[in-house]
Every structure is written in C-alpha cells, then in structure tokens.
Design a protein around this ligand. Structure first.
Ligand code: MN
Length: 213
C-alpha cells in the first residue's frame, strides 16, 4: 500500500524546500514509470534510487552508489516512499532538518520491471531495466534476510551482466554532475542554481525521453 505518512512525519515543510507532495493517481495496470537517482550529501554521502510505483516513488538509500560492474553488490537500504513531485528536487535541506545537506538529480529516466513489480517487491527480488542518461540495461534489487534488531530492510543493488555492464569502471567518478542542471553537489551546496533550466523529470506517466549517450 502506497502512502506518504512516513515521508510527511519526518519533515517540517516550513523549514525544508522539499515538496510535501501527494500520492498521485495512477492506473492499476501501470508497471514501471519514471526513475530518479538523487545524490545526497547528508551526514554521509549516498545515492537515493527511486522507482515510480502506485503513485509514489519507492526509495532505497544506496550507501556507496550504483555500480556498472556486475561484481559489485551495493547495499541499498529501503527507506520511506517519496512523492512523485520529489523527482526533480535539487537544493539544500537545512542543517538540523531530516536529511540535512545538498541534493542533485544524478540520473533520471524510465524504469521497466521484468515482472509484476508489487509481487517482486513482496518476493524481495525486483529485476528491471533502466533507461537513463548514465544507467542503462538490466538491474536487480535483492532483499537480504532480516537480522535481529534492524529497523530497515537491507537490499542489494546489482548490475546484471549484459551489454550495458562496465566491469572496472566507476560511473560515480566519471559523471558526478546533475543530469538536470549540470551542477555538482558541491556547487549546489555553495548555493548555485541553474536558472531558467526546466526540470527534465516530468510528472507521473510522462517521463522525459532519456537521451542515450
Ligand atoms: Mn537521502
């Protein structure tokens, strides 16, 4: 069940410029939609992978970021659903607020699940294709068996071994900037903003066509 209670409870919208957002209306038959990866310089730098489903963005905090190397298994901590309006968010969350630190849109595009995404989520193994600017091809999210005392579910984000795989390469270093504004997270932290640039990430069901490089 999609809901944004946790998202709203954690934030004070008088203090943060993040959008309050609502659960978007979607057709039940819809599978896949937009995806976005936010690079987030919070207390600890991480990358938030978000996949549209059921009118919200399913979200995982990928502590070391995605890797194009199929041998790399990256820890992805399942976090609260975010509103779809969150997709184009770039800016700086004030210090002391939840998630305080700067955020950029590191990649965006569309995702296509291989099987029914709700069932895959319950099963704990989601296989999907990403059509982004930086990320392409098939990916897996695999839930780890819970261990006692963990508040959140730990998953692994793994690149499938396909034509889009790039063993040994580091996409995080090669392409650190925002696909929306072209800014680095450091520049956003210094208060720079790309005025006059329209967000490429659109509303639910109408993702911007991802340009292939
Ligand atoms: Mn985050």
């Amino acid at each position: 069940m999609a809901g944004l209670e946790q998202y709203h409870d954690k934030r004070d919208f008088k203090k943060t410029s993040e959008p309050p957002g609502k659960v978007a209306r979607t057709k039940k038959s819809e599978a896949g939609g937009i995806f976005v990866i936010h690079k987030h310089a919070a207390t600890r730098l991480h990358y938030d992978l978000r996949l549209e489903h059921g009118g919200v963005l399913w979200s995982w905090a990928v502590t070391r970021g995605p890797s194009l190397d199929p041998h790399e298994k990256r820890l992805a901590v399942h976090v609260e659903d975010h509103p779809i309006d969150y997709a184009p968010f770039e800016g700086t969350i004030p210090k002391g607020e939840y998630g305080g630190g700067s955020v950029i849109v590191w990649d965006e595009g569309t995702w296509v699940p291989e099987t029914d995404p709700a069932k895959a989520m319950r099963k704990g193994h989601i296989s999907f294709e990403l059509k982004g600017h930086k990320l392409h091809g098939t990916w897996h999210l695999v839930r780890l068996k819970p261990r006692g005392g963990e508040k959140r579910e730990n998953w692994l984000l793994i690149k499938a071994d396909d034509v889009a795989a790039r063993p040994g390469e580091d996409i995080l270093k090669e392409a650190p900037e925002s696909v929306m504004s072209g800014l680095t997270i450091e520049e956003v932290g210094e208060g720079k903003s790309a005025k006059g640039q329209e967000p490429k990430v659109l509303k639910s069901g109408k993702p911007a066509a991802a340009k292939s490089r």
